[in-house]
Design a protein around this ligand. Sequence first.
Ligand SMILES: Nc1ncnc2c1ncn2[C@@H]1O[C@H](COP(=O)(O)OP(=O)(O)OP(=O)(O)O)[C@@H](O)[C@H]1O
Length: 373
Amino acid sequence: MSHTPILQARGLKRHFVTKAPFFGDPTVVRAVDGVDLTIGEGETFAIVGESGCGKSTLARLLVRLIEPSEGQVAYQGNDIGDLSEQALRDLRAELQFIFQDPFSSLNPRMTVGALIEEPLRTHGIGTLEARSTAVARILTRVGLRPEHADRYPHEFSGGQRQRIGIARALVSGPKVVIGDEPVSALDVSIQAQVINILEDLRDAFGLTLIVIAHDLAVIRHMSDRVAVMYLGKIVEVSPTDALFRSPAHPYTEALLEAIPIPTVGARKAHVAIEGDLPNPIAPPSGCRFHTRCPYAIDTCRTEEPVLRDLGDGHQAACHFAGDLTLKRIKPGDLRRTPAAARRFDVYSAARARTDPAKTQHSSSREEKPHAYR
Ligand SMILES: Nc1ncnc2c1ncn2[C@@H]1O[C@H](COP(=O)(O)OP(=O)(O)OP(=O)(O)O)[C@@H](O)[C@H]1O
């Protein structure tokens, strides 16, 4: 990553303590459980993962909409945990959020003009006249008209309301914008328009964009780098092309295999990842993905893999992530081609190095049905 760092998280955790309704001890949900990341100025950084893996919590921690249980976030090199009230208010103007649901995030009793102007008023930016000029200008930038300022949100379609949400987020001239599923509530036909607007504004204003999306096609299209989250941790982070070309973590591989094949008239091959997301109250030992991973060996059940550097900014937290060739081998491959059989031998040898107890049982692994098919 050649960009200057703009946001950095170190050892970031957010554990939600929920009280038991009647009896019993409170439970602790480890929503974000030790995240380190660096986001560069001007880059579009995506966060993906199944529902409940901690994406929204991480995004809220990055802009201090919620407080961490542990760890730090630095914006332009300064810890945002130590800010005074005033400095925090100034920070809020620079780090803005676009919410998923344009219906509930806009106050229905305020005109569109008042809604878009609100962040400027809150941060004491500009005179009344300058603010109304800024509102008219940003309305035009998002493809609406200045006279729309006098109308109310219910008079607009879903796509237009999301444009209003974007205008509201951008009017104060932020440096970082976080979109939490910014298009997933919209019709597919409208999604591309809203994405185009976001990309235009990003390029025009040199924004750093952090996008949370479950739609991998959106992410592939928009982002420079992707972080994959699983149960509160980042398990892979990579430039987008490399992630889609050669995922290094079995969870990423499973997410990619779950993408429907967009062939007209064909039945969609929508493959779900086997099993449910384990409860973040008691995450599995060792590698948190081992309970659903078709490659798991004993080591995976006991030793937690750390994010390892694979070169060119690609990192993955998997005991096998060092050799991407090995990662592509699936048990079923053995029965298909001699080349695949040879690769399987290499794979078994690598497993033996990591987990000698498993060497003599490698053939039994062939019988295990592949979890992603
Ligand atoms: N305020 C809260 N109190 C208790 N638990 C919470 C709270 N907010 C989030 N959680 C829990 O933390 C975990 C992570 O939630 P989070 O919303 O960050 O996940 P997510 O990946 O963004 O999911 P989604 O895609 O569904 O929004 C979930 O188990 C969720 O139930």
